[in-house]
Design a binder for this molecule. Structure first.
Ligand SMILES: C[S@@+](CC[C@H](N)C(=O)[O-])C[C@H]1O[C@@H](n2cnc3c(N)ncnc32)[C@H](O)[C@@H]1O
Length: 430
């Protein structure tokens, strides 16, 4: 019968060998586990192994005399090592449970090998880790090309950024404060033994001390849902866009709708048009709005083709939350380190520039466009905005008033030691 470790082996095989997204694989595979503790362990193993993949792989290189041909067993060894180094499971239990998976996978010939390798590590861990950690890519568990970008863009902070990327991020909630006050909600959580604090820099955020199952959160489901899961950095978008009463607003890359919903919770707008070019993601946007009982006009369209969706009336505000490397959210999506490739960055920068060029004429004079990424790479952030401002004489940068993050030559960068690594630049048109 399948268990947490065998399902984790399957999910990690799909992410590592087939380059599929962790979130997608988790959603599809975790349903095979009925016990909630087994599901939680499978999830922990998947996130943990992907967070520490390069370090764990470097350890297996030290332990194996020749490359293992069996892909599943390679993954199973990583799962075994992860438990021995990072989890508090007693080593004998971790090894026994890992070895047992060779039988579940119907590969009994590998039972002895897995047992021997894990026991060898257990005996010689100090010496092996000292060798492995001599290599900075293994020690920080980041591919060299990402470390090079971080070193170039953040010469003082790069190591702290990589370290923060490997830390389990907090679960942060956004409240619709029109329906529920933050203090009152924190008190309600306390009654349920859920410890929480106000999230700094935002007017809506609550950070939980420990993550909880969303189904346990009051106000997450039901007719008048007023709670969403959203990092503190993402919650700054609504405030930075600074939407006046009765404005016409475009949310140009909207799905799954976290920021769309927040705008609707905060402002009385004349119209909010939320667009995304992926049908499956527009359906997530609909789910978000429906759950929170909010209404916006939605469209599945490529915003770079305004002839297909624009009625010719300029917008007072545009939220442009562009597709990006997601290098700022590695702590939430550790598979990014494995799935992203260096050549992706130039393509993304070109795509972002096209989005800016297409949408700028759609902004009314006096209007504001908020450019957002969840990247920490300068090329996608202040350098992109520098190029934009050099091209458009009717554009000015509006300073963002917040203590959160780091002021850049243009815009503001939040780093993952504070919140998720978001970048914001607000541009006004005259
Ligand atoms: C960073 S995500 C947006 C997250 C969203 N704003 C939120 O807060 O939930 C970027 C989105 O842009 C969409 N996208 C990318 N290129 C697009 C285009 N040319 N037209 C419309 N949507 C696009 C992607 O499908 C993706 O859903």
């Amino acid at each position: 019968m399948q268990n947490s470790r065998s399902i984790a082996t399957k999910i990690l095989s799909q992410v590592i060998w087939q380059k599929r997204s962790l979130t997608d694989c988790l959603t599809k595979q975790l349903v095979n586990l009925t016990d909630s503790r087994e599901r939680a362990l499978a999830q922990e193993l998947c996130y943990g192994v992907l967070r520490w993949l390069l370090r764990l792989q470097a350890i297996t290189h030290q332990l194996l005399h020749k490359k293992l041909k069996d892909n599943d067993i390679q993954i199973l060894l990583l799962i075994g090592l992860y438990q021995l180094i990072y989890l508090r499971t007693p080593p004998y239990a971790a090894i026994a449970a890992t070895v047992e998976v060779t039988r579940i996978l119907k590969k009994p010939k590998t039972t002895g090998l897995v047992n021997a390798i894990l026991r060898n590590f257990q005996r010689n861990s100090e010496e092996i880790l000292a060798i492995v950690d001599n290599n900075i890519e293994a020690k920080l568990s980041h591919p060299g090309w990402i470390l090079e970008h971080l070193q170039a863009d953040w010469p003082e902070q790069w190591e702290a950024i990589a370290t923060a990327n490997n830390v389990h991020p907090p679960m942060t909630l956004r409240l619709n404060t029109k329906l529920m006050a933050r203090d009152k909600y924190i008190a309600t959580l306390k009654e349920l033994d859920i410890a929480a604090n106000i999230t700094p820099y935002t007017n809506y955020g609550i950070t939980l001390t420990e993550p909880v199952d969303i189904r346990k959160l009051p106000g997450f489901a039901g007719k008048d849902a007023y709670v969403s899961v959203q990092d503190g950095a993402a919650q700054l978008a609504a405030e930075f866009l600074d939407v006046p009463e009765g404005a016409r607003v475009l949310d140009a890359c909207a799905a799954p709708g976290g920021k769309t919903a927040h705008l609707l919770e905060c402002y009385n707008m004349k119209a909010l048009l939320a667009i995304d070019n992926q049908a499956s993601r527009v359906s997530l946007l609909h789910d978000t709005l429906q759950r929170l009982n909010l209404t916006a006009q939605t469209k599945c369209a490529d915003v770079c083709q305004p002839d297909d969706w624009w009625n010719g009336k300029q917008f007072d505000r545009i939220l442009l939350d562009v597709p990006c490397s997601a290098s700022g959210v590695i702590r939430r999506h550790p598979d990014i380190k494995h799935l992203r490739q260096p050549e992706d960055i130039d393509n993304l920068v070109a795509q972002q520039a096209l989005l800016l060029d297409t949408l700028w004429p759609l902004l009314a004079p006096g209007g504001k466009l908020l450019y957002v990424t969840c990247s920490v790479f300068a090329a996608e952030n202040y350098l992109q905005i520098q190029d934009f401002l050099a091209k458009y004489s009717d554009a000015n940068e509006v300073e963002l008033t917040t203590e959160c993050g780091h002021q850049q030559m243009y815009g503001r960068q939040i780093l993952p030691d504070e919140f998720d690594g978001f970048y914001y630049a607000c541009l006004s048109k005259h």
